[in-house]
Design a binder for this molecule. Sequence first.
Ligand code: BTN
Length: 257
Amino acid sequence: MQNNTFSTLFIGQNCIKLSSVDSTNNFLKNLLSNSEPLAEGTVIMADEQFSGRGQQQTQWQSEPGKNLTFSCYLRPIFLNATQQFYLNMAVCLGVYSAFKSLYDVELDIKWPNDIYYKDKKLGGILIENVLQGIQIKQSIIGIGLNINQEQFPTELEVKATSLYQILQTDVQIMPILQELCKQIEVHYFKVKEGKFSWLKKHYLQKLYRFNVASYYRQNEEIVLAKIVDVQENGQLILNLDDRMISVGFKEIEFIIP
Ligand code: BTN
């Protein structure tokens, strides 16, 4: 489906809507590996993913027809691989801003890429970059957001939420996709313009548990620490007993009440 209802310059101008696919990230990857060039900003969305993927080889489960599962193709060739986390920041801030502007809902960004409401996950982002030398040649931005799902499987019930659970009403999906594309584009331009301090400042402002003493699991131990910074390579900086430690994604687990 092609449409012109997106008030963007390029993100979403080419929007392909599928009823069912294994994963929109996989579908986009396959399209890119075919020889036909694909327009930057192409969006693939699906009503159902039967093999949706999350970070760290997890599965992304989403009730068919109720939620937003989509992927967007970007070419941030201007960004060094060592700075790739600015792209994560831009996408997270885009998602945050879309919900703020549409519903005045105050979401948090949980490092590195999760979208939270209070202590529960509303959505997640899976960014898959293809490098060329030290630059990012292609980026597949996969976003899954729980929108109209009323209930979750028992194992997810305590940690997942949806817009339905927040607003207590159903909403239309397409206007959310349009606003997301708009806000992601606004923030992507910040990356393109090299507004790195701006991105980091705003990312930290919206960051779940920023500067708040909280519990984490590190090396099998429960520790009390404070998030104080994020590096451009995505490492999280925590203040632990007045020492600054830098951790990667697999090295720390948030203990959530
Ligand atoms: C996470 O929180 O673990 C990231 C979840 C990302 C899910 C989205 S849904 C659209 C896109 N296609 C996928 O297979 N995964 C991403």
